[in-house]
Design a protein around this ligand. Structure first.
Ligand SMILES: Cc1ncc(COP(=O)(O)O)c(C=O)c1O
Length: 385
């Protein structure tokens, strides 16, 4: 699993994958090893592969490729992002306490709050963009800080290096969900994080056609434990889905540049619209996290949330948009609009949603790579009629 190779540039690794194709046949596209099990040459001998839950060549290729892109020591691929986060939680035991960004994907909230609380894992949800709040929340039994930055859906930015210094002093594991920016724009492990998690369903896959999750770490000990957890809990990524992610990664840099270019134009358009009260996009200079995000990443990504002045226009917007699809998820080539209040964040208790501002006036857009004029015209039609 241990692997370090920084000789090639990011874009080259994305395109070639870790192995640069299939060594045995010369196939440029890495083969899909669609086999549940592998034949042993004789007793006590193995080809290195026994059973695909434990390891599979196509899955290993995508794991190695993402690991190189994130600058880690090893990566593990899971069937979904939530499965990857679940595996991380299995590093902890009853009584352990985890500090978590309060603004984050609703499914992650549900996992900690509704599922793992039953097994005695304690969690506090706080504003991790405020470093004093992070310091004040640390208890005797705190073992981990889990952050999303930029966060979903309010695009709060947490300072990875500052939080990592706190974690190192207190012997805590820092986990960063890097789904929104991907290693193309942000490399948390190089800023001091111990573990990066991804919903590979989003930008890594990039085409809204596959569910996947990843863990990358630069800590040998953590990786060893996670490999056992991955095999034991069993939510591994299939060989075909591994191949889809390998294919998605080939264009990650091109897609992210284009969707960010579109997002900057779209965020500025929304900012100037009379029906919009506030736009949340880390690429806007007046965004509260602009400075920290600029220091710790090389881009802003393409996730935008915005608050309309009058919630009565929400249903019209969602019904009448024609190019932008009203659908959950994000990070694909297609532009999607989501209503976090009842979709991605439905599981967050009303009190917390109201406190955060994930209310009935908030919409979230994942900007794709279509022609920007078509996206703006689509929004103009529903916002300005
Ligand atoms: C930031 C973030 N992390 C994790 C997840 C969970 O990923 P998945 O849906 O692949 O399980 C999501 C899903 O929307 C997400 O937005």
């Amino acid at each position: 699993m241990t692997q370090k190779n920084y000789n090639l540039e990011f874009e080259t690794i994305s395109v070639r994958g870790a192995s640069g194709g299939d060594k045995t046949t010369g196939a440029i596209s890495y083969p899909i090893y669609q086999s549940a099990t592998f034949k042993h040459p004789e007793l006590n001998k193995s080809t290195g592969y026994d059973y695909s839950r434990t390891s599979n060549p196509t899955r290993e290729e995508v794991e190695k490729t993402l690991n190189l892109l994130e600058g880690g020591l090893g990566a593990l691929a899971f069937s979904t992002g939530v499965a990857a986060i679940t595996a991380c939680i299995h590093l902890f035991k009853p009584g352990d306490h985890i500090i978590i960004s309060e603004d984050l994907y609703g499914g992650t909230f549900r996992l900690f709050n509704d599922i793992y609380s039953i097994y005695g894992i304690k969690s506090s949800f706080i504003d991790t963009s405020d470093i004093n709040k992070v310091k004040n929340e640390i208890l005797e039994n705190t073992k981990c800080i889990f952050i999303e930055t930029p966060s979903n859906p309010l695009m709060r930015v947490s300072d990875i290096s500052l939080i990592s210094n706190i974690c190192k002093n207190k012997n805590l594991i820092l986990i960063v969900d890097n789904t929104f920016l991907t290693p193309y724009f942000q490399k948390p492990l190089l800023l001091g994080a111990d573990i990066v998690v991804h919903s590979g369903t989003k930008f890594l896959g990039g085409h809204n056609d596959v569910l996947a999750g990843f863990i990358v770490s630069n800590n040998e000990n953590i990786l060893k434990k996670l490999k056992v957890i991955q095999n034991s809990t069993g939510a591994t990524l299939s060989s075909f889905d591994s191949w889809l992610i390998l294919r998605g990664l080939k264009t990650l840099h091109i897609r992210l540049e284009k969707s960010q270019e579109n997002a900057i134009v779209l965020a500025n358009y929304l900012k100037g619209n009379k029906n919009i009260e506030k736009v949340y996009y880390v690429g806007l200079e007046d965004h509260i996290g602009y400075k920290v995000n600029s220091l710790q990443s090389t881009g802003f990504g393409s996730m935008i949330s915005f608050r309309v002045k009058n919630k009565d226009i929400i249903s019209k917007i969602l019904k009448e948009l024609k190019v932008i699809a009203f659908a959950e998820s994000l990070g694909g080539v297609e532009t999607l609009i989501t209503y976090p209040h009842t979709q991605t964040h439905s599981e967050i208790p009303k009190g917390l949603k109201d406190k955060l501002g994930v209310d009935e006036n908030l919409l979230r857009i994942s900007v794709g790579i279509e022609n920007i004029n078509d996206l703006i015209k689509d929004l103009e039609r529903v916002l300005e009629d």
